[in-house]
Design a protein around this ligand. Structure first.
Ligand SMILES: Nc1ncnc2c1ncn2[C@@H]1O[C@H](COP(=O)(O)OP(=O)(O)OP(=O)(O)O)[C@@H](O)[C@H]1O
Ligand SMILES: [Mg+2]
Length: 241
């Protein structure tokens, strides 16, 4: 039985992981601040909607919708392309939070329940297939959750039930920043872990990408330098000419 996959469109990567990320995987994209987590993940969604018959939702909490759009436009992505406009919905949860706070409702909202029912509604009404969630850490600062581990489990399970292919962006935490995500369960609960690092040698910093795990897949191991090819609107891990 062959597995359907969503190509990442990262040059040099798909051919080293059997063509892409298996559909319906829960992936986490982890890395330090500025490691290009948002850019890389957005670019995967962007290219997926341009080259595949799919659509997606980008939930942003970390940075506002306008700032995100501005960043992607500055990277050379054509966010005004009708296919992009029609197939990628950017949802700004930070915005919603401000509105609810103004109404004194901020603390009374079951954020996780709201989020899951919103996603379910969108899934039914617009039938999107890919979810990007930027970021898990920012979501957990929205509200104090009694038991974040259980809440992450609840969210991942809901996303699984909806049959979405999802990308959850998270930070590295712990003493040496070796833990994926905030609660130490994110990587166990997910199917795919992509790790972006900023490798520093003296004054040189290089960004590198590693696939830590990808269930159902024979994939590249090790960390490869990656960079943005502005004229091709995609990232690359191939050797620079
Ligand atoms: N036009 C561009 N081309 C290539 N790289 C760019 C361009 N514009 C900005 N950058 C790089 O992108 C970085 C930010 O990328 P991005 O926002 O995706 O990172 P992030 O990991 O999501 O960061 P954060 O932790 O703040 O969310 C900047 O720090 C800068 O180095
Ligand atoms: Mg970001």
């Amino acid at each position: 039985m062959s597995i359907e996959r969503i190509p990442t469109h990262i040059e040099g990567l798909d051919e080293n992981m059997q063509g892409g990320i298996p559909k319906e995987h829960i992936a986490i994209v982890a890395g330090a601040s500025g490691a290009m987590k948002s850019s890389l993940t957005f670019s995967m969604l962007y290219n997926a909607v341009l080259y595949g018959e799919t659509s997606g939702i980008y939930v942003t909490l970390e940075q506002g919708k306008d700032s995100l759009r501005q960043h992607m436009a500055n990277m050379g992505m054509n966010i005004e392309d009708p296919r992009v406009r029609n197939r990628i919905a950017i949802i700004d949860l930070a915005d919603l939070r401000v509105q609810l706070d103004e109404q004194g409702m901020g603390n009374r909202v079951d954020w996780m329940g709201q989020l899951i029912s919103q996603l379910t509604n969108y899934r039914k009404s617009i039938g999107f297939e890919i979810l990007v969630f930027d970021s898990l850490g920012a979501f957990f600062t929205l509200t104090k959750m009694e038991n974040p581990r259980d809440e992450i489990f609840r969210l991942f399970e809901a996303v699984r039930r909806l049959g979405l292919t999802s990308f959850f962006i998270c930070e590295m935490t712990g003493e040496d920043h070796k833990q994926f995500g905030e609660y130490g369960v994110e990587d166990y609960l997910s199917d795919t872990v992509m790790h972006l690092v900023m490798d520093r040698h003296d004054d040189e910093v290089r960004r590198k990408l590693g696939i830590v795990k990808m269930r159902h897949t024979d994939h590249l191991l090790g960390y490869r330098p990656f960079w943005w090819k502005k004229d091709e609107q995609r990232f690359s891990i191939t050797d620079r000419a």
